[in-house]
Design a protein around this ligand. Structure first.
Ligand code: PMP
Length: 371
């Protein structure tokens, strides 16, 4: 009889040989420069109180699909608030940003649709493209001419997908140029504002709002509530007909239990705290961090420190941890082979001392060991 787990031993050996072993380490007690809690709201007393009040009123779980018992008045309030904040006609809340992307993309594209996807897009958009069964063309990172070329000559429906702020390198997508190309070809643009909401634009309305693209009829935005809002959940922002169609057909919405009331209450409370002042603090911390680390400043909260080799990146991450600083470590498949990096995230409530200490620990972690 063969060993039914032999393949797993081989697969694990391969993961080890490529320096891609992952661990689940609690972060308590460490200075956090790895989370996505960009505005420091996850533990804000009003946000925690919002979660508690929602739990007390509506229960710990949402008890069913949004279509059955999983929609509370709070879910609808959150959708109205998000749509108003982002200047969108409507919003539909999903139980995560990942599922919002799956729902939006698989609803907008199917067999016979062309999907054009940036090579650096988040895994949830990549998976959404695959699941849609559309014809997918992956174009170089930020390459608007390649998007134009991919759309040229395509006569059916076409959708271009991009992160607004790329999750690994923190750069802003060329949204204005992409929109111009999309409009010229009669296509749609899906923009994932996961790292833009609460970080860019007036009152944190996102990168599209920053660039005057909110309300454009051919742009659909998605976002997560788990980063700057310090909660959980996802949202699709777009025309009312799209919201109606998502409710009727998006499997990631229909067959998933609605977002827990606590997360809805927390997100609503957090939206009140997303002010231009907090965003200004985040931006100042981000600039200071990039300057102290000697890397390119980025428009949002994500600062990338290139390393290259995945073993070296993981070692640097562990050295930071040993010094009490938690930083992110991105290795394949999050980044291409040999482009491993440390990902250091700014937070609005970091003090100047914390920024300096963290930057010095990160710099030290990358120096070759003496001797
Ligand atoms: N899109 C992007 C660009 C992200 O960075 C993330 C989170 N890592 C997601 C989508 C998924 O959001 P969530 O964690 O809420 O599922």
């Amino acid at each position: 009889m063969g060993d039914p787990w032999q393949w797993l031993d081989e697969a694990r050996a391969d993961v080890r040989a490529r320096g891609l072993v992952r661990r689940l380490d609690p972060s308590e007690g460490l200075l956090d420069l790895a989370s996505n809690d960009y505005l420091g709201l996850a533990r804000h007393p009003s946000v925690v109180a919002g979660a508690i009040a929602a739990t007390e009123r509506f229960g710990a779980g949402s008890t069913g699909s949004r279509l059955v018992t999983g929609t509370t008045t709070l879910h609808l309030d959150l959708e109205d608030t998000l749509a108003a904040r982002c200047g969108a006609e409507s919003a539909l809340v999903f139980s995560s940003g990942y599922l919002a992307n799956l729902g939006a993309v698989t609803t907008l594209a199917g067999p016979g649709t062309l999907m054009v996807s940036d090579a650096a897009n988040h895994a949830s958009l990549v998976d959404a493209c695959r699941l849609s069964r559309a014809e997918v063309r992956v174009v170089g990172h930020g390459d608007v001419a390649a998007v134009d070329a991919a759309l040229a000559g395509w006569t059916g429906r076409a959708v271009v997908v991009t992160d607004a702020v790329f999750s690994v390198d923190g750069t802003l997508a060329p949204l204005v140029a992409l929109h111009e190309v999309v409009r010229r070809h009669g296509a749609l643009l899906v923009v994932d504002e996961a790292h833009g909401l609460g970080v860019l634009g007036p009152s944190g309305a996102g990168a599209c709002s920053l660039l005057g693209l909110d309300g454009e009829p051919d742009i659909v935005r998605t976002a997560t509530l788990s980063k700057s809002l310090g909660s959980q959940g996802g949202v699709v922002l777009g025309p009312v007909q799209l919201r109606d169609h998502l409710i009727d057909t998006a499997r990631a919405f229909v067959f998933d239990t609605g977002l827990a009331p606590a997360a809805v209450g927390a997100a609503l409370a957090a939206l009140d705290l997303v002010t231009d002042e907090r965003i200004g603090q985040l931006s100042a911390v981000g600039s200071a961090l990039a300057a102290e680390l000697g890397v390119e400043p980025t428009p949002g909260a994500v600062v990338r420190v290139p390393v290259g080799d995945p073993f070296r990146a993981a070692e640097a991450r562990d050295r930071c941890r040993a010094q009490g600083v938690r930083v992110g470590c991105f290795r394949p498949p999050s980044v291409p082979v040999d482009e491993a990096c440390l990902r250091v995230t700014a937070r609005a409530d970091l003090t100047a001392d914390e920024v300096s200490r963290a930057a010095s620990v990160v710099r030290g972690s990358l120096r070759p060991p003496a001797g």
